[in-house]
Ligand binder design. Structure first.
Ligand code: CP
Length: 312
């Protein structure tokens, strides 16, 4: 059974296939030809997708829902707050119930890092990791890569720096894992208190990673800057200076945005954005802001992931 938990069991050709299929889906959905949309509706006809989000989400949850519907699948959203998990039912029992209702695939977000190690032993249907604690968010990394490749089809030209809460960000880990797998050198920049142990201890990733020590160095050494959301819900107290210090030294503020614009650097952020912290509100007037492109591309990538796991 094939799952999408992280990229450890995925080959470069599988990644390429997912990206290429997403490109075809993007073309078909935007062709203006109704027959293309009708044709897509047959790809996952009669399949049932369970969306089980035990943590909040707008982008990932809705885009998987839209993606499944674009391919003709039916979706079933577990409303965690009104479900029997509130009465103490376990995650596994809850999913076993939904499995008996005929689900063909589960898309799961959960706050426990590594929860899929347990789940993959319990279920024989494809599992998609929609974010597990601080571990991984593979569909986000794939949509980020898809967005990057629209501007840098030749990844050897890419100079990307990931900035911010590297310790708690599953988006950072999945992007580093994916980009490193594809041989892309990644720069990182973070406050010392948010600099993760995994970067200097894990040789698997360490080879391709360069640590930068100021936002000016980031601007000098990047053609794409990927900012991370500060994961306050996962942070111990005292890890950050106050918000204005963070914005001044680690964010793209109005001053650094001017330099970013002079160099034509693309800006990415997985969302949701904390304006005035990771990034200035004026980013919304910047033409190389890719944040909404990432949002839209999430549909095509998640269609491709669903097709890959359910039709392979
Ligand atoms: N980027 C991301 O995972 O956003 P959501 O939390 O809105 O799904």
């Amino acid at each position: 059974m094939t799952n999408l938990i992280d990229f450890s069991d995925k080959s470069n050709s599988e990644i390429e296939l997912i990206l290429n299929t997403a490109k075809v889906y993007k073309q078909k959905l935007n062709s203006g030809n109704i027959n293309d949309k009708i044709e897509l509706k047959s790809v996952l006809q009669f399949k049932k997708i369970g969306l089980c989000f035990f943590e909040n989400s707008t982008r990932t949850k809705i885009s998987f829902d839209v993606a499944a519907n674009n391919l003709g699948a039916e979706t079933y959203n577990l409303d965690v707050n009104t479900s029997s998990t509130v009465k103490g039912e376990t995650l596994i029992d809850t999913l076993k119930v939904l499995e008996r209702y005929g689900m063909d695939c589960f898309v799961i977000r959960h706050n426990e890092s590594g929860i899929f190690k347990v789940l993959e032993r319990q279920f024989d249907l494809p599992l998609i990791n929609a974010g597990d604690g601080t571990h991984a968010h593979p569909s986000q990394a794939l949509l980020d890569l898809f967005t990057i490749k629209e501007h840098f089809p030749n990844l050897s030209e890419l100079k990307i720096t990931i900035v911010g809460d590297l310790t708690h960000s599953r988006v950072a880990k999945s992007n580093i894992e994916l980009l490193s797998k594809l041989g892309v050198n990644v720069n990182v920049f973070a406050p010392g208190t948010l600099f993760p142990y995994y970067l200097d201890l894990t040789n698997e990733f360490g080879e391709n990673i360069r640590i930068l020590n100021s936002i000016d160095k980031v601007i000098e050494n990047s053609n794409v800057i990927m900012l991370l959301r500060l994961q306050k819900e996962r942070m111990a107290a005292g890890l950050l200076p106050n918000s204005s210090e963070y914005h001044k030294y680690y964010g793209i503020n109005d001053n650094s945005l001017k330099k970013v614009a002079e160099r034509g650097i693309y800006i990415m952020h997985p969302g949701p954005v904390n304006y005035g912290l990771e990034i200035t509100n004026n980013i919304n007037h910047y033409d190389k802001n890719l944040i909404l492109n990432q949002v839209e591309n999430g549909i095509y990538i998640r269609m491709s992931i669903l097709n890959y796991l359910l039709n392979s």
